[in-house]
Design a protein around this ligand. Structure first.
Ligand code: KIV
Ligand code: NA
Length: 277
């Protein structure tokens, strides 16, 4: 796959070609996303939970996030690279939002930022796009606000909530998002929102009628099992594979069956003879 730019994303959207998005959190996972031909790589703040073991995403700092963004950027070259703005770094004002977004470009080496929130974030998004940083929106289940939402719960299940989601989506489009993540909402609502927008929607737990899909790598590869959302699909069980490998290594060490001759460096017998003298 050649380099994906924001223009490529727009072209795929116009041609009704599904846009694939996958998270990464470090150099190897970024490299794997790149090699798999996926269109967009997201350094999601879900890494707070799946890579750093925090209880929620709200503890994650900008510096921690930038550290991970830089690592992913070294591994993922061709996918369009997006970094998540952490909770507390952008909401207070559009000026804050611009400052942190610029740090993500300068220090995180990403090409765009994503931020959670509805129409109340429109001014922030306008301000960021005005200084030349593309923004991806994120509505529906917004994990940074899980306390206010009463947990990780599906959104848009009532007519009123669904209308609010549509209003949010239209406001974010107006504010200039290049794409919009729709998380955990009925497929009909996500499909309807998608049909009303002129920018791509990226669904996660939002059905097949979005313009693209995103999932969290650790979830789908069986590397995080503290809880598994309904919308993830298991493509591999790396927990099991890695645990089995580590157990085998442990046994090998304890039984001295590792290392073998082939893992060992030879020495010239003449040199060795001299050494024994
Ligand atoms: O943090 C994340 O991984 C995300 C995606 C699930 C959209 O925000
Ligand atoms: Na996120």
């Amino acid at each position: 796959r050649s380099k994906v730019t924001i223009k490529t994303i727009g072209r795929m959207y116009r041609h009704n070609e599904p846009i694939s998005v996958m998270t990464a959190q470090d150099y190897p996972s970024g490299m794997l996303v790149d090699r798999s031909g996926i269109d967009m790589c997201l350094v999601g703040d879900s890494l707070a939970m799946v890579a750093l073991g925090y209880e929620s995403t709200t503890s994650l700092t900008v510096d921690e996030m930038l550290h991970h963004c830089r690592a992913v950027a070294r591994g993922s070259k061709n996918p369009f690279l997006v970094g998540d703005l952490p909770f507390g770094s952008f909401e207070a004002s559009p000026v804050d939002a611009v400052r942190v977004a610029q740090r993500f470009i300068k220090e995180g080496n990403v090409e765009a930022v994503k931020l959670e929130g509805g129409l109340e974030m429109a001014e922030h998004i306008k301000a960021i796009t005005r200084v030349g940083v593309p923004v991806m929106g994120h509505i529906g289940l917004t994990p940074q606000r899980s306390s206010a939402l009463g947990g990780f719960r599906v959104q848009g299940k009532t007519c009123k909530q669904a209308q609010r989601l549509l209003a949010d989506a239209l406001a974010l489009q107006e504010a200039g998002v290049f794409a919009l993540v729709l998380e955990a909402m009925p497929a009909e609502i996500a499909g309807y929102i998608t049909s009303k927008l002129k920018v791509p929607t990226i669904g996660i737990g939002a059905g097949v009628n979005c313009s693209g899909q995103v999932l969290v790598m650790n979830d789908i590869m069986g590397l995080f099992d503290r809880f598994v959302p309904k919308f993830t699909k298991e493509y591999a069980n790396l927990n099991e594979i890695i645990t089995n490998g580590l157990k085998e290594y442990n046994n090998d060490v304890k039984s001295r069956s590792f290392p073998e001759q082939k893992h060992t460096y030879p020495i010239d017998p003449v040199q060795l003879e001299k050494f024994w003298q």
